[in-house]
Design a protein around this ligand. Structure first.
Ligand SMILES: Nc1ncnc2c1ncn2[C@@H]1O[C@H](COP(=O)(O)OP(=O)(O)OP(=O)(O)O)[C@@H](O)[C@H]1O
Length: 432
């Protein structure tokens, strides 16, 4: 049995930058919780505080309902697996996995049994006699997990354990990890910047931005009803279309959402209309995922937008059309210029940082751009979203018989729209 509770946990580094800002969350017994967010948003710092490797500046961390801030890391019954795991090269796989048991004085025979159980659960039972140098990357990562889990920890913390592996292996290990942790019933907190990993593995996902918890819920909840504009923009590929709309209320009839050259109309009896009516005369952000849009015949009546194809992307199983509809797109600043698959990972930052430091010969004095406090403060102002001409992403069949310049009519599923105010908060009341 293992539960985790964070109560208003804050971490401020000695130079004053805030890595974690009043985060509160609960992890249930046996739950698989994924912490998701771009590099530097404080995910690893949260894990390290739970493990006892860093002290929170304020707030409380409870394991099984008991505060653990005064407990040494080794007394917390926590196992941790990192991205840059290190195995003992001179030991066999079996010895590597069994090493923590040997340290805690467990006899040879029960030790062998436990090693065998863990190795077969991880699918590495046949390589126990090999040394790490004779293994593939995926097998090495399995050994690292085996070594962490063999002590039967109450809580399993994993920090980007798959980021050094190629994409095929990552997908394979995802289901193995969730299968193993569920089989063992061990509570797991898993850090990643990869939304596909988060959405496929998690019981619940907690999404972070600049130290602040933005949203927490099941993958269906955070994807289907994101709490903030940031979460809406962060999750999904292609990214959600986020359009600026000015609101005009025709009392008891409908609400017009003026998107520039065109408008959509929300019936007055729509459950969301009351909440949106508060923004009469103001601008809001209307979110529409590609799956809420479908091409239709040009003269189709109803909730339809007319556009012209700017460009097409062919992905094999589908094509994406990007349409000019005469609207303005809202771009969440730190995601500007990134595709949904290209949120930089920690390893990339560290590698670039390390290379720059070596090149410049400045050793530890070099400071990465993301650590520059002035830059961070400008970027972190959530009100400063960029605007640019919208290119509405729409899914089409593979290799469609259209090309750039073609007009295209798009029907909009009004029930699948998302509404945010200019501060980035979801507008619909009682939305989840
Ligand atoms: N020991 C430290 N001293 C000072 N600042 C630190 C320290 N460790 C991390 N930071 C900073 O704290 C912030 C949060 O870092 P953290 O590693 O928790 O982020 P993350 O979301 O896990 O990102 P990444 O995936 O890059 O590790 C970053 O700005 C980072 O530079």
């Amino acid at each position: 049995m293992s539960t985790v509770a964070l109560k208003d946990v804050t971490k401020v580094w000695p130079h004053g930058s805030v890595a974690v800002d009043r985060v509160s969350l609960d992890v249930e017994d046996g739950e698989f919780l994924v912490l998701l967010g771009p590099s530097g948003c404080g995910k690893s710092t949260i894990l390290r505080m739970i493990a006892g490797l860093e002290d929170p500046t304020s707030g409380a961390i409870l394991l099984n309902g008991e505060p653990v801030m005064d407990l040494a890391p080794r007394d917390r019954r926590i196992a941790m697996v990192f991205q840059d795991f290190a195995l003992y090269p001179h030991m066999t796989v079996g010895e590597n996995i069994g090493f923590p048991l040997k340290l805690s004085g467990i006899e040879l025979v029960p030790r062998g049994e436990r090693i065998g159980d863990v190795a077969s659960a991880l699918g590495i039972g046949d390589v126990l006699a090999r040394r790490p140098g004779q293994l593939s990357g995926g097998q090495r990562q399995r050994v690292a997990m085996g070594r962490a889990i063999v002590r039967r920890p109450g809580l399993f913390l994993m920090d980007e354990p798959l980021s050094n592996l190629d994409s095929g292996l990552r997908a394979e290990l995802r289901s193995e990890i969730t299968g193993l942790t569920r089989e063992l019933g061990v509570t797991t907190m898993y850090v990643t910047h990869d939304q596909a990993e988060a959405l496929t593995m998690a019981d619940r996902v907690a999404i972070m931005r600049k130290g602040v918890l933005q949203d927490i819920g099941t993958p269906t909840e955070v994807y289907g009803r994101p709490a903030t504009l940031y979460v809406a923009a962060f999750l999904g590929a292609p990214r959600m279309n986020l359009l600026e709309a000015s609101v005009y209320v025709h009392l008891d009839r409908y609400i017009a959402l003026n998107l520039g050259e065109q408008a959509l109309y929300l019936p007055w009896n729509d459950i969301r209309s009351r909440a949106i009516a508060h923004y009469h005369g103001e601008r809001i952000v209307v979110g529409m995922r590609a799956e809420a849009l479908a091409p239709v015949a040009p003269d189709t009546p109803g909730d339809v937008l007319q556009g012209r194809i700017r460009h097409l992307e062919h992905h094999g199983h589908e094509s994406l059309a990007f349409l000019d509809i005469g609207a303005t797109a809202v771009v969440v600043d730190e995601l500007a210029g990134m595709t949904a698959d290209s949120v930089p990972d920690a390893g990339a930052f560290r590698r670039i940082g390390g290379a720059l430091q070596r090149l410049a010969g400045r050793g530890d004095k070099a400071v990465l751009e993301r650590d520059d406090p002035e830059k961070t403060s400008v970027l972190s102002d959530p009100g400063r979203h960029q605007r640019r001409p919208a290119e509405l992403a729409v899914r089409l069949a593979p290799y469609p018989a259209v090309s750039p310049g073609h007009p295209l009519a798009i029907s909009v599923r009004m029930d699948a729209l998302h509404f945010f105010n200019d501060r980035g908060d979801r507008i619909d009341v009682g939305w989840r």
